[in-house]
Ligand binder design. Sequence first.
Ligand code: SF4
Length: 337
Amino acid sequence: MGAREALPKYFAILEGEDIPNFFITRRIKLNFNENLDLADLWNIHDEGMDKLRENDLDGSGHKNLLDLKAVIADKILENCHLCEIRCGINRKKSIGYCRVKESLIASDFLHYGEEPELVPSYTVFFSGCNFRCVFCQNWDISQFRVGVEIIPEYMALKIERAYRFGAKNVNFVGGEPTPNLPFILQTLRHVNVPIPVIWNSNMYMSTEAMKLLDGVVDIYLGDFKYGNNECARKYSKIPRYWEVVTRNFLLAKNHYRAEFLIRHLVMPNHLKCCTRPVLRWIAENLGKDVRINVMFQYRPEYKAMEYPEISRMLTLEEMEEAEKIVKNMGFKNALVG
Ligand code: SF4
């Protein structure tokens, strides 16, 4: 067992036997006026999602469901609630709590350091993040406004070029992709190669953002860090972590043809409070066949030295304990180490 069993649709796309979700979503034809208010646009969106699920591709209309998702995401920016921070900033005028206003790309390249089934992965690193992880390994881009602003049409060309150079997927990450969802949807409107879309995220999206991602994401490459709210509040300054992240994994489970690759970073002194409950929840709610990556590469970066309990790397005993938890829970498609 392995990646192929856990991600059959993804492999079918790579082998040319299937197409990514955003290609199908673009085939759902709709008519709508962009000036309608948000509630009316959501109603049309829900009708479009029904058509998508019913595979009703015969409709007529000048626009499509992906166009509509991009319009809704753009309107959400005016009172931003793309993530569960729901800071309500008008992102067209000001910088949000996540430090994002316009989308800034800190770097983008063919990444060879991801899971074997993903590489080479065309990885787009946005700057800014709604989390404040004290051990962030990408703090230089997640906690600062760095990078360049490019237009979605150009981003789409870069994705197409990466695809021609062998990229197996486009991998939106950061920082965090969520504050950049409007830019990502705009970009995908212009992408004309069948490249799978990877959402590489802390999974703290709002329910509204989750609805927009439904029918767009092929693989949720979701981080599942904490097994309780106290650790999340202490190390990432995030409220209601457990409720939001578990809710979003369950929502994603019902998303249109979505698959999962879930990452859990094992932290020193956090096997009992985090690793064990996280893996138990995944096994009980997403199943033992789901692809998981239980990672041992924690190192005390950024401000971690201010927290003595996480100011070191894992011990050999902690690694063995994590391996034992994965084995005892019966995961069939796990990467560990
Ligand atoms: S994405 Fe950023 S601006 Fe939007 S609600 Fe979250 S923190 Fe606020």
